[in-house]
Design a protein around this ligand. Sequence first.
Ligand code: F6P
Length: 548
Amino acid sequence: MTLPTINPTTTKAWEALQSHYETIKKTHLKDLFKQHPDRATALSIEWKDFYVDYSKNRIDETTKKLLLDLAREVKLDEAIQHYFDGNTINETENRAVLHTALRTPSTHQITIDGKNIISEVTSVKEKIKSFSHQVISGNLKGYTGKNFTDIVNIGIGGSDLGPAMITESLGYYKNHLNLHFISNVDGDHVHQNLKNLNPETTLFVVVSKTFSTQETISNATTARNWFTKNAPKEAVGNHFVAVSSNISNVTNFGIAEENIFPLWDWVGGRFSLWSAVGLSICLSIGYENFEALLAGAYEMDEHFKNTPFEENIPVILGMLSIWYNNFFNVESEAIIPYSQYLHRLPAYLQQGIMESNGKSIDRNGNSINYQTGTIIWGEPGTNAQHAFFQLIHQGTKLIPVEFIGFKHSLFGDQDHQNKLMANFFAQTEALMNGKTQEEVLQELNAINTSEKTLKKLVPFKVFAGNKPTTTILIDTLTPKSLGALVSMYEQRIFVQGIIWNIFSYDQWGVELGKQLASTILSEINSHEVKEHDSSTNALLQRYLKKSE
Ligand code: F6P
């Protein structure tokens, strides 16, 4: 059973959206609100502790209907079924895509090749639970009998960004263990981290699905060399564990089989934090909080699977993104969490969204003649307001922004929370309304501005407004609400991939650079630069001179 392969631009809904776009493209959001006083209620979704307000988007009821018609015409519902059923929807790698199974309750069943994978998932979870309890409680000790104080996660891409983003986001729930993340093959990264660590009390978690990624293997080797310089070789067994699906590579590296936490080929790297890749998460916030994270993700999965498109959060968000990308020709979208804890969320979502949907060949193997894959960027508010918001407010580009905020702060400082959230609400209002010439004039007149200055300043102080935003207001940042939020983005990625008729779960685009780097590395090591273009040749020669 394969995914539908419909070119979205050949659908009736696409054609209708194109002509509808011509009628709505200049309409100001302010007017849409004036025309429909109940717009906020009509274009918002309340779900558990989430309130998703998408009314400040440049759509009306017709846009919504046509976007959902498009979703139906390309058979999104059928695709969702294939995905959750564990069919081979990652066709170019011949795999199912089942990170959703990792958060499915243990009482359920999902069968692949006649095997119930949920029971395997449950037994790995048991192993993670017992290991993390032992380390946190101090029952499991380092080779000199001291408790572990520091955990070092060595991995890259999904084997780093997921655990790093979640542990930062849930910093409030953290225990006494210090967490470090080493990802970059830049030696300064690993050495800077090792510099202050004590081998007696440090536990290394080497995370690599393939256990062949250059960065991770280099960093793990450097860490092991550092460790054995200070500690007996036999102690590696106490201090290094691995998360991988490549058991033989791990054992060859010197980590015993009982210290391997397995994962499966149906878990994609950028969707793997829910698997044993989340071991550092469990070590940092405890297994029970990890379970709550999974439970939140599962609830969002169920919402996605079972809710009519009209009220379905990932479907609505995905279709809005399609609307801006393919009809307004918008190139990027900003995601701004109003929580310092979520400062790594945009970077995490960059991998999820851009590695998944940055494709230009459709599911029929043909070149694509429409936009796919949005560029995602962002930083936490309010910091972002003092950095790049100028461009969103008054620049020449249209950038839809998603605002994520929480009603309650974690430390309960209401004064700060009110200030933070006042900014949160003010920005979406300002982006929508802008400021007219009359308003600027009024303001300047009120402070007795001279006629000359007034004339000069007015154009610079006008804001066109009509900038689309979506507001996601959640009660409190908890493991459960974070799980639901991340799952919401994962499912939105799926929706957009289906509409664009692309394969979202492979990443062939990262291979070429890896191949060339390995050729160049052997040339650097042998000091023999072969035939490249003149630019690469000159750069390599210059680099080699420097290192002579
Ligand atoms: O960047 C490519 C990629 O394959 C990602 O998809 C993945 O998350 C990362 O490399 C790390 O891969 P691994 O876990 O196999 O080391």
